[in-house]
Design a protein around this ligand. Structure first.
Ligand code: ADP
Ligand code: MG
Length: 236
């Protein structure tokens, strides 16, 4: 079963002579359970593609089916609903709310998902514990290291049990040791059945993904499967 089906996706900005094409007839599918790294030079359209997959942005033309849902017909609030239910996001700069504790940050999407207070508190706590953050649930982001903040952000992304995990340069703001820990976490999550699509400049991550899609100038120029997943992540 395909989690993602992108067909002939184009994204342009401006019009007429001013028009710039960011995505040019991109077609790709991602199977449930896959672990895809998207690589390519800066400005090649990776984030635009990711935002399209994440329903944060709509294509100019083409069709996108996510987990069996034809997304082209959805209005904004339906898109937000699908996003909330099916997708977990991880960003380079973590995007935690500074005034909220780790626990409250993880709880936030569960409020939008309509969970009751005690249930979401319980679930957020369990999620943080499973990521080794049980002792720090009451800490604010500025009381946590970069790696710890990314763990909170990952807990937040996973709290609603999304079928798809999207990450835009998740290790871009981390030192290499912490980045390796986050990579190990991603591999674990994928082994537990999470479908993962991430953008990265980090060769260690690309080497450990199951599949690497290369983008250049808004087009997919390469798409290859890595050999058997490297079990022991090679430390830098
Ligand atoms: N809202 C926008 N309006 C005009 N151009 C944009 C907009 N968003 C992105 N772009 C342009 O699209 C290109 C691809 O951007 P992006 O998808 O962020 O690339 P990447 O993530 O690979 O660095 C860049 O040249 C960028 O300037
Ligand atoms: Mg980008």
């Amino acid at each position: 079963m395909n989690m993602i089906e992108l067909s002939d996706i184009c994204k342009t900005y401006g019009r007429g002579a001013e028009e710039i094409q960011i995505l040019k007839h991109v077609s790709m599918t991602v199977a449930e359970g896959d672990f895809v790294a998207i690589v390519g030079p800066s400005g090649s359209g990776k984030s635009t593609l990711m935002n399209t997959i994440g329903l944060l942005d709509t294509p100019t033309s083409g069709t996108y089916t996510l987990d069996g849902v034809a997304t082209g017909k959805l209005n904004d609030s339906q898109m937000a609903g699908v996003r909330n239910k099916k997708i977990g996001f991880i960003f380079q700069q973590f995007n935690l709310l500074p005034r909220l504790t780790a626990l409250e940050n993880v709880e936030l999407p569960l409020i939008y998902a309509g969970l009751g207070k005690s249930e979401r508190r319980e679930r957020a706590k369990r999620m943080l514990e499973s990521l080794g953050m049980g002792a720090r649930i009451d800490h604010k982001p500025n009381q946590l290291s970069g790696g710890q903040q990314q763990r909170v952000a990952i807990a937040r992304a996973l709290a609603g049990s999304p079928s798809l995990l999207l990450a835009d340069e998740p290790t871009g703001a981390l030192d290499s040791k912490t980045g390796t820990e986050v990579l190990e976490l991603m591999i674990q999550l994928n082994e537990q059945g999470n479908t993962i699509v991430l953008i990265t400049h980090d060769l260690l991550i690309a080497d450990n993904a199951k599949r690497v899609v290369s983008i250049r100038d808004g087009e997919i120029v390469d798409d290859k499967r890595n050999g058997p997943l490297v079990k022991e992540v090679q430390r830098a």
